[in-house]
Write a protein that binds this ligand. Structure first.
Ligand code: TXA
Ligand code: MG
Length: 339
């Protein structure tokens, strides 16, 4: 199959979706693998093409709140203010689904459905032109770093999907915050941290809980997808915490052990280290926003450079840092460099 790359011909892309074909789409977080959420055959292909376990439910992407009203069983009282504050944007809301609307493979057989309105004009147009909600897991091979450019999608899925709607690099770089609105006590619960932080949410709806699995590693996660090994390049990753001196130690440990090393760090640290003993991918200015935005692209790039090990810079696990460290720890299999 030839994988067509669309820039502006959104009508053509929408037509492919209506024909039950797969088209990857841009969002503000990562690229999604789009298919008509009401078409069982199309959704099954999504799992197949990604190599995704079938018990891992998909997010349903909509272009209007009316679409949610059409497909949800009821609208929880906290949903409206959240939608007003954060949609379109990186927040996925889990509500009760209407029976018989979505094929079981969309929800993994659960009674709940995850909805999100992405903040990308081309994709909002694609959804409304297609006239149906789209499933949209990240458009990568399951387990690999999520795609933040059309080129990443092409690398993983060329020949397997009908098209890619290209809108350049994504801005946020990690997937949306997943918030469950179906708990018995009516307290919303974060199942996956993203760019909409607990702080942001609490300003709008008061107390917000966090799935214990995100804090204690041995608890089972409530979002089925959070239990899988994720975001991992083929090269082993170690997280480097702390001072610049720690970076010096990490590099000399690697060179002493004859390991070719790649580093994912701020420009400040590249300049501080100042040697040629490593391959550096810098995320520029030393902010957690930059680190998050380029994380997956950085891991993919270093993975392509034939290094033996990747060192990546830690950030404090607060605000956006919680989302960044959640992804980085998975990529590193929880491993930190220790001197
Ligand atoms: O930013 C994003 O959310 C991206 C872009 C493309 O929109 N999409 C994305 O989808 O990350 P995916 O399929 O890679 O992740 C969906 C996550 C999984 O962890 C899944 O288990 C969880 O949401 N999820 C979906 N429906 C659920 C449900 N009904 N109950 C609990 N968790 C659910
Ligand atoms: Mg994913």
């Amino acid at each position: 199959m030839e994988t067509k790359i669309f820039q502006a011909d959104i009508l053509d892309a929408a037509r492919l979706i209506q024909q039950g074909k797969l088209v990857a789409f841009p969002t503000e977080t990562v690229y999604g693998l789009g298919a008509n959420a009401l078409n069982e055959e199309a959704v099954k292909q999504v799992y197949q093409v990604k190599g995704r376990p079938s018990d891992n439910p998909l997010i349903v992407h909509v272009s209007s709140f009316e679409m949610v009203e059409q497909y949800a069983e009821d609208i929880p009282i906290l949903m409206k203010p959240l939608v007003e504050a954060f949609w379109p944007g990186p927040l996925t809301l889990i509500v009760k689904g209407k029976k018989g609307v979505f094929p079981d493979c969309v929800t993994g057989g659960l009674a709940t459905v995850a909805f999100r309105m992405p903040d990308n004009q081309k994709t909002l147009q694609l959804i409304s032109q297609a006239g149906v909600p789209l499933v949209g897991p990240s458009a990568n091979t399951s387990g690999k770093p999520s795609p933040t450019t059309a080129a990443h999608v092409y690398h993983d899925l060329k020949g397997k999907i009908a098209g890619i709607l290209d809108d350049g690099a994504t801005q946020i770089g990690v997937e949306s915050t997943v918030l469950d609105l179906t708990s018995e006590d009516n307290i919303p619960m974060i199942l996956r941290p993203g760019a909409v932080t607990r702080n942001d949410l609490e300003k709008v709806v008061g107390t917000v809980a966090i799935d214990q699995h995100l804090i204690k590693e041995n608890e089972a996660p409530k979002a089925p997808g959070m239990k899988y090994k994720h975001y991992a390049p083929d090269t082993p990753v170690l997280i480097v915490e702390g001072s610049k001196e720690q970076w010096k130690e990490a590099i000399s440990w690697a060179t002493n052990n004859k390991k070719k090393v790649g580093i994912y760090v701020s420009q400040e640290i590249v300049d501080f280290l100042g040697t040629n003993d490593f391959i550096a991918v810098s995320f520029g200015k030393n902010t957690v926003e930059n680190a998050t935005r380029f994380l997956f692209a950085g891991l993919r790039e270093l993975d392509g450079k034939n290094v033996d090990i990747i060192f990546a810079q830690a950030f404090p696990e607060e605000l956006l840092g919680a989302a960044y460290m959640n992804r980085l720890k998975k990529a590193a299999n929880q491993n930190f460099f220790k001197s």
